[in-house]
Design a protein around this ligand. Structure first.
Ligand SMILES: Cc1cc2nc3c(=O)[nH]c(=O)nc-3n(C[C@H](O)[C@H](O)[C@H](O)COP(=O)(O)OP(=O)(O)OC[C@H]3O[C@@H](n4cnc5c(N)ncnc54)[C@H](O)[C@@H]3O)c2cc1C
Length: 220
C-alpha cells in the first residue's frame, strides 16, 4: 500500500505540493491505481511506496520526454497517459520477467520500500521498548524521549513521519517504565494499522510478542 485514505476530493488535487512545497515534496495520483503517491523532487519516494509501485512508476517516468519530466511538478491531470507511458507499463511486465532477481536477493541487496522499512523499524522500536528498564533512571527517561523526538524528525518515509509527529504531539511519549513505554508504542503502531486497514494488535500481548515469545514454545 502506498498511501492510505485517499478521499475523492483529495484525489482531485493531483500533484499537490505537501508542506507548502518545502523540500520538493508532493503528492501524485497514480493514473493506473488512483492511489496517492508521495513524491520527492518529482520522483516517487522509495521509502514511501511498495516496491512494485515504485518500480512501475520509475519506468513510467523514464518513458517521459524531457519536457514531460521537467513539467512533472506542475502537471494537474496525470490521468491523461501518454503513449509512452502506456508502452512503458505494458513492456515492464516482460522486462521484469527477464531481469527481476528473486525477492530474497532484493530483500538483502536493495534499498527498502515502505513495508520493509516499516516492519524492520517496528521490530527495533518494540524491542527497544521491551528491553527498556522497568524502573528507568532519570537519564534513561531523558535519552529515550530524545530518541523518539529524533526518530519522529528523521524517519525516511515523510508522510509516515508527519503523521507520527502528530500522533506523538497528541499522545506524549510515556517513558516512566517498560510497561508504559511498550503500551504507548503499541497504541501508536495500532493507529498506523488502523489507517492502513489492518487489524489492531492486542496490546496486552506486547511482551509475549517482543520479549518472552508465546507460551507454546514455538519461538524457543
Ligand atoms: C512510525 C511508522 C509510521 C508508519 N506509517 C505508515 C503509513 O502512514 N503508511 C504506510 O503505508 N505505512 C506506514 N508504516 C509502515 C507500516 O506500519 C508497516 O510496517 C508496513 O505496512 C509493513 O507491515 P507488516 O504487515 O509487515 O507489519 P508491521 O505493521 O510492520 O508489524 C510488524 C509486526 O509487529 C507486530 N505488531 C503489529 N501491530 C502491533 C502493535 N500495535 N504493537 C506491537 N506489535 C505489533 C505484528 O506481529 C507484526 O507482524 C509506518 C511505519 C512506521 C515505523
Amino acid at each position: 500500500m502506498a498511501v492510505d485514505a485517499a478521499t475523492a476530493s483529495e484525489a482531485k488535487e493531483t500533484l499537490k505540493p505537501h508542506d507548502n512545497g518545502k523540500d520538493g515534496l508532493s503528492i501524485y495520483i497514480d493514473p493506473v491505481t488512483g492511489q496517492k503517491i508521495p513524491m520527492r523532487d518529482g520522483k516517487p519516494c522509495r521509502t514511501c511506496v511498495d516496491m512494485k509501485t515504485w518500480k512501475r512508476l520509475g519506468k513510467v517516468a523514464a518513458a517521459k520526454t524531457p519536457e514531460q519530466t521537467a513539467s512533472t511538478a506542475k502537471e494537474s491531470e496525470p490521468k491523461e497517459s501518454s503513449n509512452n507511458k502506456a508502452e512503458a507499463i505494458a513492456s515492464s511486465a516482460n522486462e521484469d520477467k527477464a531481469t527481476t532477481p528473486s525477492a530474497e536477493w532484493q530483500r538483502k541487496n536493495c534499498p527498502p520500500d515502505v513495508e520493509a522499512l516499516g516492519s524492520s523499524t517496528w521490530t527495533l522500536l518494540h524491542t527497544m521498548a521491551a528491553y527498556y528498564p522497568e524502573r528507568p533512571a532519570p537519564s534513561q527517561m531523558d535519552t529515550m524521549k530524545m530518541f523518539f523526538e529524533g526518530f519522529a524528525q528523521h524517519y525516511p518515509c515523510w508522510f509516515c513521519k508527519d503523521d507520527f509527529q502528530k500522533s506523538v504531539a497528541a499522545n506524549p511519549i510515556q517513558v516512566g517504565s517498560r510497561k508504559k513505554l511498550s503500551q504507548w508504542l503499541c497504541e501508536r503502531h495500532n493507529e498506523v494499522n488502523e489507517k492502513l486497514g489492518k487489524p489492531k494488535f492486542d496490546c496486552s500481548k506486547v511482551f509475549e510478542r517482543w520479549l518472552e515469545g508465546p507460551p507454546n514454545g514455538k519461538c524457543d
